[in-house]
Write a protein that binds this ligand. Sequence first.
Ligand code: HEM
Length: 302
Amino acid sequence: MARRLHIPGLISVLEVTDPGEIRLLDGDSRLDRSLAPSGGFINRLRLARLRGAFVFDGKPLPALLGREAEGRESRHAELGRRLDEGAGAATWRQDPAFKTLVEGVAGQADVEALGPAAQGLLGRRFHDDYRADEAIFAAARRLNDYPRTQALRALLQRLSGQLRRDRQLLHDSARGDAMTLHATSVAVHNLVGALEAMRALAGTPGATSLPQAAVLARCLSVPETLLRQVLAPLSTPCSPHRLVPGDLVLLRLAEGVRRSGDRELAFMSDSWARCPAQRFILALLADIWERAVASRSGEGGR
Ligand code: HEM
């Protein structure tokens, strides 16, 4: 059931959680990913926060680009092909962080080790010498949380220079490459969320005999919200009122997936904005799970 919050001049937001409504709105070209200032005061504040966090060198990070952004489609298709190839060959097994991820899920390494290890492994899909550590992962966490941070804390992060320093550190580590920045600052948190869920699951009785598909369905971590902005007036069965330019539409993806168990939705597989990393992430998680479970069974047998 969609929820609409509308106070003229202040806020105009439509929230949807139903998978059918998410797909319907996502498919409508009158809505797009746009961070341009528009709408009431609170809508503008929200967009300003997103720009403050995720615009680098004048451009939004890849998963915030509009439909028609130059080169978006071809770049992401190319990335998808490259990641799929890597997934086919399980190239991550040569990465120094892979062992840590397996141990982390098996409960044989600290849970805190998962973040920097996942960040490093993702970064090295783009730059062989990408180095992650606790400080760089903490910066990524703060940056990713910044748009949802409570107003006073966000102000302090800006005034103290923390936000600027975090962005600089992540930017330098990614050598200024937008896709590396997206992977190591934003997407990494969904990978870590899934790994933490697998770690918790691995410690429960009977987990080792669960089919892989059931493990992934239970542990996949999905972005909470996808943001769309209304660019042209539209009437839709998802909203009791006509939507007008500047209205924000929040696609509540995590809740939609939780309720429906629809894994295709987790990566927006049938969207114009589908995630190019879907196959790679699912194969990586499956491989880590298999090895973590094998390693736990080995422990028990000793
Ligand atoms: C568990 C891990 C991940 C999940 C659940 C996930 C999910 C998603 C979702 C739902 C979108 C659609 C966003 C929108 O429509 O606003 C998306 C887009 C995207 N994702 Fe992922 N993602 C994950 C990991 C990654 C990784 C590791 C990368 C890069 C290496 C990546 C790269 C992208 C890109 C480039 C887009 C934009 C696609 C486009 O606009 O054409 N994702 N992802």
